[in-house]
Each structure stands twice: as C-alpha cells, then as structure tokens.
Design a protein around this ligand. Structure first.
Ligand code: 6GU
Length: 226
C-alpha cells in the first residue's frame, strides 16, 4: 500500500487525474491512497495568505516557510514520510527508473510549487527529492505531480493485470515499445507484417525485440548508452 499526500495551491487541478481508469482502480483495490491538501489550510493569517514578496526584489511571489513547515509537520505527525518531493523545473529529470523506486515506498509527500517557488529553507530542511518532468516550464507543479502519481501508481504490485502488464512498456528495459496492430489485416493497402499473422510465438518475440531496438536507435539513441 502506497500513501501519497499532495500539497497544492490549486487542488481543483488534481480532481480529475486520479478519478479514472487504472489509478482509480488502484485506490479502490486499497493498493494506493492519494490525498490532496490545499495549502490554504495552513495560511498565515485570516486573509488566507500563503506567499510573500521575495527578498532582494523581483517579480513573483514565494510560498512562505511557515505555511509549508506547519503543513508538513501536521501531515507527518502520525508517521514520518519516506520521501518529501518538491515538483520543480530545476529538479532531477523524472524517468521510469525513478518511478520504479517510488512505487516501492510506503508514504510520500509531493509539494507542488507555484509562483516563483517555495522558500529555499524548506527545500534544505524538509525536501528529500526534487523532481522535474522535462525541460519546459509549467504554470504549477500540479500537472507534473499528476504525471508522477500516474507513472508510480500503475507500478505498484497488483495494480496492473496480465493484459496491462508494465513488463512490456517502453523504457522498462531502456527500449521503446514495438509497433502493435489489430484487425483488419490490411488497411488502405497497408498490411500487418506477416510474422504477426503466422502465430509462431518465438518468431513474434524476436521480431518485436528487433523492432524495439530499431525504433530506439532511430528515435532515442541516448537510451542505448545507459
Ligand atoms: Cl515539476 N513544475 C513546473 N512548474 N514546471 C515543470 C516541472 C515541474 N517539470 C517540468 N516543468
């Protein structure tokens, strides 16, 4: 069972992503629990303030230490987190290996950044991992957190069945997945490769492996160096 708490300025953004399909079923099966908390609950005054201007000047607000420290202290009072993750474009790039590792934890907190970010002292004192999902900037960490929860949640043992198995996913062995086909066997003159129609499982497996290698060489040669 993996419990994921998420701290967010815009919890509404996270209502949709976990309410469907595989991640919904993971929660129904009791294998995953996702709790989204509004940072506003730990506002520093009755106006609901959670951010302030940055020292040294410049545009953009920064989420204050007190709000985050109080939120984290309260949330982990019953049990300390295995990981406290801050979603930020200057974090370490997320990949399948990071997803695999997080899927084996018991209890994690994900902090979604906004505005100019969070006070550096929270990163120093609390955060154990900083994650980016790629080299582009999102308006906030929520969509990135949804990506991480989805990638991690489906890897928890028991979440996927044989049909949806993660073993044949792209990246699981540093190779991209091979092409797939379904009926009809010919579409607008374009035929399904013969090997797939002949039904020799050994030949199919060898063909798929070869296609994976070719596709990876052409599209993601960097994966073959790893
Ligand atoms: Cl984690 N946050 C934001 N705001 N932008 C991103 C990101 C995270 N990862 C890539 N871009």
């Amino acid at each position: 069972m993996l419990k994921i708490d998420i701290l967010s300025v815009l919890p509404e953004l996270l209502e949709g992503p976990f309410a469907h399909s595989i991640i919904k079923r993971a929660q129904e099966k009791g294998l995953l629990q996702v709790n989204v908390h509004s940072l506003r609950k730990w506002a520093i005054n009755k106006h609901g303030q959670i951010d302030d201007y940055q020292y040294g000047g410049g545009a953009g607000m920064v989420i204050v230490c007190e709000t985050l420290a109080n939120a984290i202290d309260e949330l982990q009072a019953p049990a300390p987190y295995d990981e406290i993750i801050f979603m930020t474009p200057d974090g370490v790039r997320f990949n399948q290996s990071a997803a695999n590792q997080l899927s084996m934890k018991g209890n994690i907190l994900i902090i979604c950044g906004h505005y100019k970010g969070i006070d550096e002292r929270i990163r120093k004192q609390y955060v154990t991992q900083e994650i980016s999902i790629g080299d582009y900037v999102l308006s906030g960490g929520e969509l990135a957190a949804a990506v991480v929860v989805d990638a991690v949640g489906r890897l928890i043992p028991g979440v996927l069945n044989d049909e949806t198995s993660a073993l044949t996913d792209s990246f699981q062995d540093n190779l991209l997945a091979p092409p797939v086909y379904t009926r009809p066997s010919e579409f607008r003159g374009d035929k399904v490769p013969d090997i797939l129609l002949q039904g020799d499982p050994k030949k199919v497996e060898a063909w798929r492996y070869e296609q994976s290698v070719q596709r990876t060489k052409a599209r993601r040669p960097d994966l073959l160096d790893e």
